[in-house]
Design a protein around this ligand. Structure first.
Ligand SMILES: NC(=O)c1ccc[n+]([C@@H]2O[C@H](COP(=O)([O-])OP(=O)(O)OC[C@H]3O[C@@H](n4cnc5c(N)ncnc54)[C@H](O)[C@@H]3O)[C@@H](O)[C@H]2O)c1
Length: 364
């Protein structure tokens, strides 16, 4: 397999590398270098990942006593497990020199990042993502956090990793439904930033963990995200910027919220959201109606939904959208496409227009 060069996320003194080829050797070397410098290392992971990939951490030089295994699933991104992880570090007298590694999907990455941002006012953090979603999205960009019973990702911090070790071979044990959900985020990058990339995804056979092109495709997604994050790290741009990465997500978060977490994987809700964002862009007269079929064909290539699995009340979906973090001055804020492959932030949307869109995907 050809070598894939590391990528640098350009954030001045917080710049870091994302390793692709031979990344587990890079991890092993970095762990050894930390130890040689007299520093300690700890790992947060989840029980399913550790069972599916039992050798990775030992081969990288971690000892069992350095690993905290938490339950798999979204519920682990909570105050309870945040507290447990902090106690794990404190009980073992980890000091400021400790480096914390996340070995898992977005749940473990988000939690571990927030633990690293908080413990002793901040310790070094490294990511070893194990799901497609975490490889192309959550491990890059420094958003960390946990959920509250009142809502998702309500507490957190921007805390950039020192390095990301990305090994697509680890995806061979990922359940196919989780792989497909990650593909929704991959497709999103083509739609929001890169028409050529979108066309490439249209042309390739359905990707799987063993596809030879996968590592290069994952790298392309990380490059797009890095470029956007480097320009607007904390999502403060008045228009465009990091918010563009949320194409389809205003709809997706509302679906997840109203259906109840667990009904849809995040990527499945994003797939429906991408269909809605495409329809919205057509309504706004920005893209061609034929782009709807094009976008949906790509989404359906991965057996992802473009409509709701069961009807949800439009009033509840609208109420959930009103609570979206991206809204500004009480107005709903959407990401639409000016052209396929070029997203923009859009504030001037009529509520009735959004309600009509929900009907098209089976809401009542
Ligand atoms: N920080 C960000 O920028 C950002 C961006 C997008 C999503 N997120 C967050 O990411 C989370 C979702 O992440 P996710 O989809 O990776 O879910 P996840 O971490 O729950 O992982 C999904 C499931 O796959 C299992 N798994 C992971 N890797 C595996 C492997 N290699 N083999 C076998 N099983 C494996 C896990 O144990 C889990 O059961 C959400 O909480 C979301 O809010 C964060």
């Amino acid at each position: 397999m050809s070598t894939i060069a590391p990528l640098t996320v350009e954030l001045a003194e917080r710049a870091y590398s994302i390793h692709f080829s031979d990344s587990l050797s890079a991890l092993k070397n970095d762990v050894a270098a930390l130890r040689e410098a007299g520093r300690s290392v700890r790992v947060l992971s989840d029980a399913k990942v550790l069972a599916a990939q039992p050798d990775v951490l030992a081969q990288a030089g971690f000892e069992d006593s350095e690993i905290l295994s938490l339950p798999a699933g979204e519920k682990t991104k909570s105050v309870e497990f945040f507290s447990q992880a902090l106690s794990f570090l404190a009980f073992q007298s980890a000091n400021r020199d400790c480096a914390l590694f996340a070995f898992g999907g977005g749940v473990i990455g988000d939690l571990a990042g927030y633990v690293a941002a908080s413990y002793l006012r901040g310790i070094d953090f490294y990511q070893i993502p194990t799901t497609l979603l975490s490889m192309v999205d959550s491990s890059v960009g420094g958003k960390t956090g946990i959920n509250l019973p009142e809502g998702k990702n309500l507490v957190g911090a921007f805390w950039q990793p020192k390095a990301v070790y990305l090994e697509t071979r680890l995806l061979e044990t990922l359940p196919p439904r989780e792989f497909a959900a990650g593909m929704a985020e991959v497709i999103k990058y083509g739609m929001l930033f890169d028409l050529d990339f979108f066309k490439e995804l249209e042309q390739v056979k359905p990707l799987s963990a063993s596809s030879p092109q996968l590592a290069a495709i994952v790298r392309r997604c990380c490059a797009i995200k890095s470029e956007i994050v480097a320009d607007d790290e904390k999502e403060t741009a008045a228009t465009g910027g990091r918010a563009l990465l949320n194409l389809g997500h205003t709809f997706a978060h509302a679906i997840e919220n109203v259906a109840g977490y667990g009904q849809y994987l995040h990527g499945e809700a994003v797939a429906i959201g991408l269909n809605l964002a495409t329809q919205l862009s057509v309504e706004l007269g920005q893209i061609d109606a034929s782009d709807i079929a094009r976008a949906n064909a790509l989404i359906e290539k991965y057996a992802l939904p473009t409509s709701l699995k069961a009807a949800l009340p439009i009033s509840d979906l609208m109420a959930a959208m009103q609570r979206d973090k991206k809204n500004r001055n009480g107005r709903l804020r959407f990401i639409s496409m000016q052209n396929l492959g070029h997203a923009v932030t859009t504030d001037e949307i009529d509520v009735a227009q959004v309600e009509a869109l929900w009907k098209k995907v089976g809401a009542i």
